[in-house]
Design a protein. Structure first.
Lengths: 525, 322
């Protein structure tokens, strides 16, 4: 009996050992194979093997055999290995990927002025593509100059292809027009008028269900938004920006002849007092510190909040179709974008992240990758992700392509905009229904109006070495303090005290001087 | 390093002094080869995932750049440690970490012991099993789910508990964004999640107590409490001590996921601990060397505590962890 038991243990031990040795050997083989694939830049006629990492807004990213991906690969003679990363965690994932040293051939850098990327650029880890741009007509002509200019590194070179975005149509207030109409209110044009509208949205039952169960602004404060809109993020930041008249962290002070940090401006204090009052009056969710972007959006989608800050392009995909299920009387044109608040609306920076190529990629392959992006920007290739494939995603009606947005979404078509995007296409307002067309025409009209008064970030692309060191911690301190003041945990005097210490901080002064110098240098002063 | 060399030299000395011992070792290896083979996966696991990566600690003394690699990065000595100790937030981090950890030690640690004592006294085996299964459950939920549940229950605006309070005419309480109650809140949360799981070891130790002891005590007229005090507790004393020592080693760890998920701007001054700080500086800001230095500092404190506690326990005549 015992003997049998012993033999069994021995056999088991051998099995474990064999399995382990096998797995080590197998994984070693796997690595080797992978290495060979990515090292293959191959013949000029062979499809270009390229690994890509970028953001995806979709919960389920495009699979490797996605039809649209296949069609693009065929049109550009490439074989893409795309790593889609959720936009909630992109910053972390990017830092980890950069730290690992195993960097994809084409990698989306969401913040070209982030410290890890800039440090690595200085050490020569990425290709300087400046001398090559002119060889590719779509790269040089199809991407606006403002995008190339604002993404230049400190040394004046471009270390990535900017992903162009329209400078009009930046995120701004969107308000429920049907709620306004029900309460006989005008579209607000100043922060004071906005306050009255928000008060009415809380007090006067705008959804008409007989109970006071609505809030006004779908706001949240999250550490993910540090460095954005006075560290308050897109929603509350948009209010603060309207007080200051810019979305920049810096404002030019003519009398002192230098850039002034936004937090030192008296308008920030006014905005804080405004927000504190709004919070205590129930105009934003009580738990706004525990919410994230998606949860704040839910409030609007569920008919519980009447004001959000976003791009008009998100209307159907993110909000309206869900909202219609809750409130069938809601129409697309009730998704009403404000033109100005206090005469201000933000002008986009013209880009959203850049596509960089690590220096470990050989020059020939690097050129072929630039060629790939360039070809992709050709109208006939870009149309693949816009309209999909004939018969599957779109039909030609009266010589015009009519696509089904449902089918395109199902195949993740718009995800590919996060690799290559073309923006100077004429805006086609034709929607699937008349209702959608009307909404698109409204958006187009409002954005044309916005364009007349929009204010760009004057400090976009300016860098300060001290700032890179002190800003992460400073931004966090600012967000925490602002959050406490808005919640009523700290009195507004705490803000005055903070601004005073900030003003006297030598690091902070050094950062201001460096920024002013960089600004003057760029403006040729 | 020096202890390692010492050990090496003693091993060598022994080898030269008696060859017999080496032979003994070989024959011992041969005799118990199946046992050693069984242990091999565990040993390999520790080598590959714990010991080999440990050499990456040297980036704490470098200005590490991923592009240059460990070989090419510049050496900066103790610069990151001076930066950490000179950081005005250091005292805050230290205080928060210790406070949460001590609360864990004082409130959380004895709790599973109490539960197991109670469970051990239950007569009905089926009832005992049922309770055990129920209290084990939360252990298998991830912190993300528990943070979500906490939000659903305790949010000031829409939380279930607060809705109930309003219904009963009580004032709403603020739990999630209240710096005064944050420490106790996370401690209770951790207890809810892990206390049941923590009973496993104690119950196992109690199960091994000889029932004759209880019978004898009953004959002598000892009641339930006396039996617990004089038999059960002494029987599991060594287990308690071992777990306590190990717990002391983790005194600088306060469950990153939990704190990170419960963190918000309103409680930042009580919620920022070493683990969240390492995450922010290392992963979010890409300052790999600095965050490694912070992590190393944390581990060294844990190691020192374990060693000291073990010494103390041994001096008191108890069995330590090694």
């Amino acid at each position: 009996m015992q003997k049998v038991g012993k033999r069994n243990t021995r056999n088991l031990a051998w099995i474990i050992l064999v399995v382990m040795v096998m797995s080590v050997v197998l994984s070693a083989c796997g690595n080797k194979e992978e290495g060979q694939v990515s090292g293959n830049s191959g013949n000029a006629d062979d499809p270009l093997e390229v690994s890509i990492m970028t953001i995806t807004p979709s919960a389920v990213p495009a699979a490797d055999d996605n039809v649209i991906k296949r069609a693009i690969e065929e049109a550009t003679n490439s074989k893409m290995n795309i790593q889609w990363v959720s936009n909630n965690i992109y910053g972390d994932k990017l830092n980890l990927t950069l730290a690992s040293g195993d960097i994809p051939d084409l990698i989306m850098i969401n913040d070209p002025f982030g410290s890890t990327f800039t440090k690595m650029v200085k050490q020569g880890a990425f290709w300087d593509i400046t001398p090559y741009i002119k060889d590719y007509t779509n790269l040089s002509g199809g991407i606006p100059d403002i995008a190339w200019d604002t993404t230049k590194a400190a040394d004046g070179n471009n270390y990535g292809i900017p992903r162009p975005r329209p400078v009009t149509g930046d995120s701004f207030f969107i308000i429920r027009k049907d709620w306004l109409d029900r309460l006989n209110l005008q579209v607000p044009e100043t922060t004071d008028e906005l306050f009255n509208v928000m008060e009415a949205f809380v007090e006067q039952d705008p959804d008409g269900n007989g109970t006071k169960d609505t809030t006004a602004l779908a706001a949240y404060i999250s550490p993910d938004d540090l460095g954005w809109g006075g560290n308050l993020g897109p929603v509350l930041g948009a209010i603060e920006n309207s007080f200051i008249g810019t979305n920049s962290s810096w404002k030019w002070d003519e009398s002192q002849g230098k850039l002034v940090y936004r937090e030192l401006l008296p308008e920030v204090k006014e905005s804080l007092q405004y927000l504190t009052k709004a919070y205590s009056s129930g105009m934003m969710p009580e738990d706004l510190l525990s919410l994230k972007l998606t949860q704040a959006r839910e409030l609007f989608k569920r008919n519980q909040a009447g004001i959000i800050v976003d791009k008009t392009g998100t209307m159907r995909k993110i909000y309206a179709d869900d909202l219609k299920k809750v409130d069938p009387s809601f129409k697309y044109t009730d998704f009403y974008p404000l033109t100005n608040l206090n005469g201000y609306n933000p002008k986009g920076s013209g880009y959203n992240g850049i596509l960089a190529i690590p220096a470990s990629v050989p020059e020939e392959k690097m050129k072929r990758i630039l060629q790939l992006v360039d070809t992709w920007m050709n109208p006939e290739v870009f149309e693949i992700q816009q309209f999909g494939i004939e018969g599957t995603h779109y039909e030609v009606v009266d010589g015009k392509k009519v696509a089904s947005s449902e089918k395109l979404t199902a195949d993740n078509a718009s995800d590919f905009n996060h690799i290559v995007n073309v923006i100077d296409l004429p805006w086609d307002t034709t929607g699937e229904t008349d209702e959608e067309t009307q909404a698109n025409e409204l958006f187009k009209k409002v954005e044309a109006e916005r364009d007349k008064t929009s204010v760009a970030d004057l400090a976009a692309g300016l860098q300060s070495e001290t700032g890179q060191k002190v800003l992460p911690e400073l931004n966090k301190k600012i967000q925490d303090l602002k959050a406490k003041i808005i919640l009523g945990r700290e009195p507004i005097e705490a803000w005055d005290a903070f601004v005073e210490t900030l003003r006297n901080d030598p690091n902070f002064q050094a950062m201001s001087d460096e920024m002013t110098e960089a600004y003057k240098k760029r403006n040729g002063q | 390093m020096s202890t390692h060399e010492q050990r090496m030299s003693t091993v060598k000395g022994k080898q030269t002094s008696s060859k017999k011992k080496g032979l003994n070792l070989l024959s011992a290896l041969r005799r118990d080869r199946s046992l050693y083979l069984l242990a091999l996966p565990g040993v390999l696991f520790f080598l590959v995932f714990k010991y080999i990566p440990m050499w990456g600690i040297i980036i704490a003394f470098q200005d590490y750049s991923p592009f240059r690699g460990i070989q090419g990065s510049e050496w900066v000595g103790l610069q990151h440690f001076t930066a950490l100790f000179g950081n005005p937030d250091f005292a805050l981090l230290f205080r928060n970490t210790l406070a949460i950890s001590m609360l864990n030690l004082i409130l959380f640690f004895p709790f599973p012991i109490l539960i197991s004592l109670g469970l051990n006294e239950l007569r009905s085996v089926a009832y005992k099993r049922l309770i055990q299964t129920i209290i084990y459950m939360p252990h298998f939920l991830s912190w993300v789910i528990i943070a979500g549940l906490t939000l659903l229950l305790f949010a000031k605006g829409t939380g279930l508990i607060n809705e109930l309070f309003t219904l009963w005419g009580w004032p709403r309480v603020d739990i999630l964004t209240n710096p005064d109650s944050f420490w106790i809140m996370v401690t209770l949360q951790a207890m809810w999640k892990e206390a049941g799981w923590g009973t496993i070891v104690f119950l196992a130790a109690m199960a091994s107590v000889d029932t004759q002891l209880y019978e004898a005590a009953r004959m002598d007229g000892a009641g339930r409490l006396r039996q617990i005090w004089h038999i059960t507790l002494p029987a599991i004393r060594s287990v308690i001590i071992v777990l306590l020592i190990l717990r002391l080693g983790d005194i600088m760890e306060v469950g990153f996921e939990q704190i990170f998920l419960m963190y918000n701007g309103a409680v930042s001054e009580v919620a920022e601990v070493f683990d969240t700080y390492v995450y922010r500086t290392g992963i979010e800001q890409g300052d790999f060397s600095y965050s490694t230095a912070v992590g190393l500092f944390k581990s060294v404190i844990g190691l020192v505590l374990v060693v000291v506690a073990n010494r103390v326990v041994k001096r008191m005549g108890q069995e330590g962890v090694y």
